[in-house]
Design a protein around this ligand. Structure first.
Ligand code: NAD
Length: 473
């Protein structure tokens, strides 16, 4: 009932046909003309962006509700306020970040200047994903603008209302020559990638990540790839199981599991598994009521393709369902589902789940958990719940993942001094806070040599003829 639409918002009209080459050229030309470099321009754009967020606060909540049936709390917490806070932080530190750095000098360069300039790369392409359709597109965009680049952003075509909102609204607030929105799906993106960019920032699945990476190699374009994968969660028997269960269920069922850093599966002993399931039953009832489909706080699956994919995972685990397992294709609803006694051979352990299904794989101890994790691709985040320092240290030292969060889920995203990104199959590069600025900045090293006579005399031994003793090594 509260899915109000406004003008063209939420319609599924196809993007207007556009000449992609012209758009790329326009943005490139804006960078070449130097309009994006002055700090005043960057600051003005970022302030206008902030104004856009503030003036369209409720519209942003509405389009998220339209695409994912997001509750207002989740929309605000994970996207709108998140974007606003990041932007305020960027505006606060911008002058400091852009300043050239002066690294330490040795005696040899006493009379010289040694500088690192923070140069923009040039023209940046940002490709967004559908699961956090505003945040994953506009957060990196703000970083690219702060760093002085021209930007083309490509929203995910699957989050239709959000893509349309961005395409309609952004041009009303930001520079129409240097910051451009291009709507489209794989076809348009494929064409887009034939053009030359100075930086490409992609968020989405690993397979398309490979396509983007390989397109980038043609021009040796640097990339950030924010990918996904199965983020494991280890629980030992030293923790408060009620708080642990709450924190895990929250991270899993927010956006109904369509979160790149959702805890994908749990590793724990059978005893912990039993306690977890018992606790989870109680908590899920408290949160979503007897019939979670009626709860206003659970999102829906983005489209019917993803719905069928998740349905087939539930069907394949029918006899192992401890909680949930219900679904409604018309409503693209899947109930919060927990599957127990899962083995590595089960279908649910093949790919990233990206939905509200939480499998538990019993293991004997932390050592077995480490072996399990290391036998698979490097995850985006590794979650560990323990009060045992040895367990914590042992898992931290003996595994590799994009990031780690101990005794909570998701919350590492809220720390803007922690760069966020994957490693190996979960991605390449990182952003958030200053890391966003650095991602879109080329560190240009520069030595400014002096012409002082004494300096020239001292260094004259470098010129031929290389007679013995001219340089004293
Ligand atoms: P998606 O379907 O929105 O695709 C991502 C982008 O790639 C879209 O803009 C889409 O248009 C484009 N695309 C699709 N096919 C293409 C092709 N053949 N060539 C060029 N471009 C193409 O999103 P998705 O991939 O379904 O997203 C889900 C995945 O993203 C999950 O694996 C998730 O873990 C990952 N993810 C990672 C992060 C992160 O920050 N690391 C955040 C969100 C999602």
């Amino acid at each position: 009932a509260n899915m109000k639409t406004n003008g063209s918002l939420g319609t599924t009209t196809k993007a207007k046909p556009v000449n992609i080459g012209e758009i790329v050229e326009k943005a490139r030309d804006a960078f070449n003309r130097g309009i994006t470099k002055p700090i005043e321009w960057r600051r003005r754009q970022l302030k206008n962006l902030l104004r856009m967020y503030e003036e369209n606060y409720n519209v942003m909540v509405e389009v998220l509700q339209k695409d994912l049936r997001r509750s207002k709390t989740e929309a605000v917490l994970l996207e709108v306020d998140y974007l606003i806070n990041d932007l305020k932080n960027t505006l606060h530190y911008l002058d400091e970040w852009v300043k050239p750095e002066h690294p330490p000098k040795t005696f040899v360069n006493m009379l010289d200047e040694v500088v690192i300039y923070n140069d923009p790369y040039g023209l940046v392409l940002i490709i967004g994903a559908w699961n956090y359709p505003l945040q994953l597109l506009l957060l990196p965009m703000a970083g690219a603008i702060a760093a002085g680049n021209a930007v083309i952003i490509k929203p995910s075509e699957l989050a239709t209302a959000c893509a349309r909102f961005v395409a309609d609204t952004l041009p009303k607030y930001l520079d129409n020559d240097a910051i451009l929105v291009l709507e489209g799906g794989p076809e348009e993106t494929t064409e887009l990638l034939t053009h030359k960019f100075d930086y490409i920032f992609y968020t989405g699945g690993t397979n398309v990540g490979r396509i983007v990476y390989s397109a980038a190699t043609k021009n040796l374009t640097p990339v950030t790839l924010e990918l996904g994968g199965k983020s494991p969660t280890y629980i030992d028997n030293t923790v408060d199981i009620e708080v642990t269960t709450k924190r895990i269920l929250w991270g899993k069922f927010i956006n109904v599991g369509q979160t790149c850093i959702a805890p994908d599966y749990i590793l724990c002993t059978k005893e912990v598994q039993d306690k977890f399931v018992e606790c989870a039953k109680k908590i899920l009832r408290e949160w979503y009521g007897e019939d979670p489909q009626k709860s206003p706080d659970l999102c829906r699956i983005i489209n019917s393709r993803h719905f069928s994919r998740l349905q087939s995972l539930i069907d394949a685990s029918k006899d192992k369902i401890a909680i949930g397992g219900r679904s409604d294709p018309q409503d693209r609803y899947i109930s919060p589902t927990i599957i127990t006694n899962v083995t590595p051979a089960d279908k649910i352990m093949e790919d990233e789940i990206f939905g509200p299904i939480l499998p538990i794989v019993p293991v004997e101890n932390a050592y077995e958990a480490i072996k399990f994790i290391n036998a698979r691709e490097k995850p985006l985040v590794l979650y560990v719940f323990t009060n045992n320092d040895d367990v914590r240290r042992s898992i931290t030292d003996n595994t590799s993942s994009g990031g780690m969060c101990i005794n909570d889920t998701m919350m590492l995203m809220g720390v803007d001094t922690l760069p966020f990104g994957g490693v190996g199959n979960s991605g390449l590069g990182a952003y958030h806070g200053k890391a966003s600025f650095d991602t879109f900045t080329h560190k240009k090293s520069c030595l400014v040599k002096n012409f002082a006579a004494i300096g020239e005399k001292l260094a004259s031994g470098r010129y031929p003829p290389y007679t013995e003793g001219k340089l004293s090594f």
